[in-house]
Design a protein around this ligand. Structure first.
Ligand code: DGJ
Length: 755
């Protein structure tokens, strides 16, 4: 049982993987946070917060001058009754007041974990995997009950938290704020890590020392967004990839969120995360309930690498679902950067022919196959084939692709409607909008009002129809603008500020329904690239198009930041053409391949325009990737050098049994007379010997005139694991910009597997 309750001390001790989390009911029923960190055998309050008279810290209840909620580390703090820090929740009563006071009422502990009603969440497959503690808090005046739920996973250093609100009284309550988790952590001397970005520059990690103020990351866009990610972490100042303390929170939600760290005057840091309270208000009439999304809390005492590996394993096994959760992902070619909207049957057949010859397994038909869509100004919502481009229908394309032995994939953008569409003409009020206000465009499209059940039903039916009528094995689910004029024609005035969250609930229902109806399809989510790369979407779709920036050098930073939280199998990564369409950069094919192999691998270029030399190299890349695919998609990641810290990037993927690994090194700019370089590997078994083969090296297409002696030979040597970890692996001097090397490392007992 990983959850213990000490009745005398009214203390709960949760043990999850290598961590402990302790909370306690104190005094008149307040819920105190006592400890979160490395696993403890037992907890006896050694880190006690001394009770003393603190000036300007008011005293609730008994007016005991040595007690104030402003000083007490808490689990789910309120506003207005002596704690001046940011509250976890806030409720307005009928009399207009916003003061509530939650006290312990009861608790239960049970094996396993319940699903969250209508929301994505971590799950267990067997009740023995985790225990859950549910604590019910009650505000006696209003009858508001809040159930805080904590699941402690046996095999992961993870606590999953959420909060459910139940109005057991008669008053109409208004929920103004309903965060999923709040924790008051000892200390303020931390670094703050978060993942800001932009379209084509998603999740470029930033780390900075915490100051004594509220450090907030948030989205108000109706999507988790390119600009921020629902993730934050506190790091001890000495934390690096393998050492140091990390406390991380990630929200299983795809809409507007808030995540913040607030060090207080006594050097306690309040970490909290949840739905963004900005423009949020939920009516909670007597008898009604509201479920907040789930927050994933991870502790690592092995630095960022430890945090990432925990999250990766957890998300691969207990967040992603369905047939593709554990299945190797196919090598695909997507026609977007190959043709954009300008394709026809003949072009798709030609792409398929080339794809087959190269060993590609899936052809994805992207935007432009439906309605009358020659550019991005029309037809969203009209999910029927454009017969001008595909006169024989989608099935003719699918049949051709299948006849060549490939799978067929299709793009949709189901949450949107073009003004120029049959759907909009028929239902102009089916989009988010506010009466008498302009409807702002974004990519010339509007957002369908998924808070309305009939809109969701229409989308379920129209997408399902296409998927039923054509044999489709992959769907790319795109979403290309954020919400403005957030209002619904179907909701009464007092519920307008529920629209954005109701939209998410509608979206999750649609996704649950469609993915449930078509369990054989591999779904990939996308939002102008990685604008909705969050655990909420991963629950329905096990991979995401990481970014619309397919440039290999830019991808190093994007994939580095993404890899802090999300596993390789979830990151769509493609080799695209040069000059690159986003930045105009010319990078070698080998480096484009090496970078894309860090994720679910594919191509996004016109295969019919490749030289014979490039085709040969691509055939080699694909053959190699297929051989290594299981390791690359499901192995354990060790980041060796950060692209944010210098000219070089390196990472490696190690199999769970530590018998095999894949190492990638990329040097961005060439340097004259460079210093010596060794790569200190990680994750290997010191006691084992490994054969090390340099398998993908810069080829003929880099600096053709360089002397022979500079060319990297594809060699294979045997070294001890200890030597590779401590002495390191020499990096040869590479000629030219944007060069890369990949090594396959294999335990000598299984050396025959070497690429
Ligand atoms: C944005 C996506 O990120 C691209 O990959 C592509 O699918 C376009 N949308 C199509 O409009």
């Amino acid at each position: 049982m990983p959850i213990y309750f000490d009745e005398d001390k009214r203390l709960f001790h949760l043990q999850a993987g290598d961590c402990s989390y302790v909370l306690q009911i104190v005094r008149e029923g307040y819920l105190k946070h006592a400890y979160w960190g490395s696993k403890l055998r037992s907890y006896h309050g050694s880190n006690l917060v001394p009770g003393m008279d603190r000036s300007f810290a008011p005293n609730p209840d008994t007016w005991d001058r040595t007690f104030s909620l402003d000083v007490l580390p808490q689990e789910y703090p309120a506003y207005g009754n002596t704690d001046f820090r940011t509250p976890a929740y806030q409720v307005q009563l009928e009399n207009g007041s916003t003061i509530t006071d939650l006290r312990y009422k009861s608790h239960v502990i049970y094996a396993g974990k319940k699903a969250l009603n209508g929301l994505p969440a971590l799950y267990t497959e067997d009740d023995r995997e985790a225990d859950t503690l549910e604590i019910t808090l009650l505000d006696e005046v209003s009858g508001l009950e809040v159930v805080l739920s904590y699941t402690a996973f046996r095999e992961y250093s993870v606590i999953a938290r959420s909060a459910a609100f139940h109005n057991t009284g008669r008053e109409n309550l208004k929920l103004l704020r309903a965060l999923s988790a709040s924790v008051d952590i000892d200390g303020a001397d931390y670094d703050f890590l978060y993942l800001p970005g932009a379209h084509c520059r998603e999740r470029i990690a930033e780390r900075r020392p915490l100051g004594h103020f509220r450090q907030v990351v948030e989205s108000r866009r109706g999507a988790s967004s390119h600009q921020e990610n629902p993730f934050l972490a506190l790091l001890s100042r000495d934390a690096d990839e393998e050492h140091g303390e990390v406390y991380a929170m990630n929200l299983v939600y795809s809409g507007s969120f808030l995540a913040q760290a607030e060090p207080d005057q006594f050097d306690v840091t309040r970490l909290s995360i949840g739905i963004n309270p900005f423009d949020f208000c939920w009516q909670l009439a007597g008898g009604e309930s509201f479920q907040a999304p789930e927050a994933v809390l991870v502790h690592s005492s092995q630095g960022l690498g430890g945090m990432s590996r925990t999250l990766h394993r957890l998300y691969r096994k207990r967040l992603c679902r369905g047939r593709y959760r554990d299945a190797e992902r196919p090598v695909l070619v997507n026609n977007w950067e190959a043709t954009y909207f300008n394709f026809n049957e003949e072009k798709l057949f030609a792409l398929t022919d080339e794809a087959k010859k190269l060993g590609i397994e899936l052809l994805v038909l992207d935007d432009g196959w439906f309605g009358r869509r020659d550019d991005d100004n029309s037809s969203l919502g009209d999910w029927f084939v454009d017969q001008r481009k595909l006169p024989n229908g989608l099935s003719a394309v699918a049949d051709y692709v299948h006849a060549q032995g490939l799978k067929f994939g299709l793009w949709f953008e189901p949450e949107m409607v073009s003004v120029e569409s049959e759907l909009y003409r028929a239902h102009p009020d089916w989009c988010l909008h506010v009466p008498k206000r302009a409807r702002s465009g974004g990519r010339n499209q509007l957002v369908l009002d998924f808070s309305r059940p009939e809109v969701c039903d229409y989308i379920i039916a129209s997408v399902s129809k296409v998927l039923q009528e054509t044999s489709i094995q992959y769907v790319k689910w795109d979403m290309n603008r954020h919400m403005t004029e957030v209002g619904s024609a179907a909701l009464p005035a007092e519920r307008q500020r529920e629209t954005a969250h109701r939209y998410m609930l509608g979206l999750y229902r649609v996704l649950e329904e469609i993915t449930g109806r078509f369990p054989e399809i591999l779904f990939e989510s996308c939002s102008g690239g990685g604008g909705r790369f969050d655990p909420g979407m991963l629950y329905y779709m096990p991979q995401v198009w990481t970014s619309d920036d397919s440039d290999a050098v830019e991808r190093l930073k994007i994939q580095y930041g993404t890899s802090l939280v999300y596993p390789a199998s979830t990151m769509g990564a493609h080799v695209s053409a040069v000059p690159n369409h986003q930045v105009g950069r010319l990078t070698p094919l080998a480096t484009r391949g090496a970078a894309a192999m860090a994720g679910s691998f594919g191509y996004e270029l016109d295969l019919t325009r490749l030289s014979e030399e490039d085709k040969a190299e691509i055939r080699e890349q694909i053959a190699c990737y297929k051989k290594m695919r299981s390791l690359l998609q499901f192995g354990e990641l060790y980041r060796l050098q950060s692209p944010l810290e210098g000219n070089e990037t390196a990472w490696m993927i190690v199999s769970e049994d530590r018998r095999e690994a894949w190492v990638t090194y990329v040097s961005v700019l060439a340097r004259p007379n460079p210093a010596n370089r060794w790569l200190h590997l990680a994750g290997l078994d010191e006691q084992k010997d490994y054969a090390v083969a340099c398998v993908l090296a810069p080829g003929r297409n880099t600096a053709p005139d360089i002397p022979e002696s500079w060319k990297v030979q594809k060699t294979s040597e045997i070294y001890g694991g200890d030597e590779l970890l401590h002495a390191g692996l020499n990096i040869p001097v590479l000629a030219g910009d944007y060069q890369s090397l990949c090594w396959h490392i294999c335990c000598t007992e299984s050396w025959q597997k070497l690429c």
